[in-house]
Design a protein around this ligand. Structure first.
Ligand code: HEC
Length: 109
């Protein structure tokens, strides 16, 4: 009897907890899709587009670099959604921001 009750109660709880973690944590695969909006300026793998860097008059740091990877998630997110320096704010949902940051982490060398 009790095991029957458990078999009904556990799967939804498990699914819910997986879903909650998925929503909080960024997903790099989804982030790769979001990154298409960044790639015009940052290049397909975050190395920075030379022409954009010239046009903005900045040295764009590659995302694989220590400087960028040293920023924590909150700081990265702030720079992305509020803009930083010559970079204009990009409007992203919290989930999209978490996803794109997860993708940035995969670029670390
Ligand atoms: C219109 C061009 C453009 C787009 C689109 C763009 N960026 Fe940028 N980004 C820049 C420029 C230019 C800089 C350099 C800013 C500076 O140094 O003044 C920069 C800097 C950064 C940095 C540097 C680290 C920092 O905070 O100092 C990060 C991280 C970054 N961008 C992430 C993103 C992400 C993620 C996206 C997509 C959601 C994105 N950018 C879209 C132009 C762009």
């Amino acid at each position: 009897m009790q095991s029957r009750l458990l078999s009904w109660a556990v799967p939804p709880a498990l699914i819910l907890s997986l879903w909650v973690t998925a929503a909080e944590k960024g997903d790099a695969a989804r982030g790769k899709q979001v990154f298409k909006r960044c790639a015009v300026c940052h290049g397909d793998s975050g190395e920075g587009n030379e022409r954009i860097a010239k046009a903005f008059g900045v040295a764009m740091k590659p995302f694989s670099s220590k400087e960028v990877q040293a920023l924590d998630d909150a700081n990265l997110k702030k720079g992305i959604v509020e803009g930083r320096g010559k970079m204009r704010p990009v409007s992203l949902s919290d989930q999209e921001a978490a996803d794109v940051i997860a993708f940035l982490r995969t670029l670390k060398k």
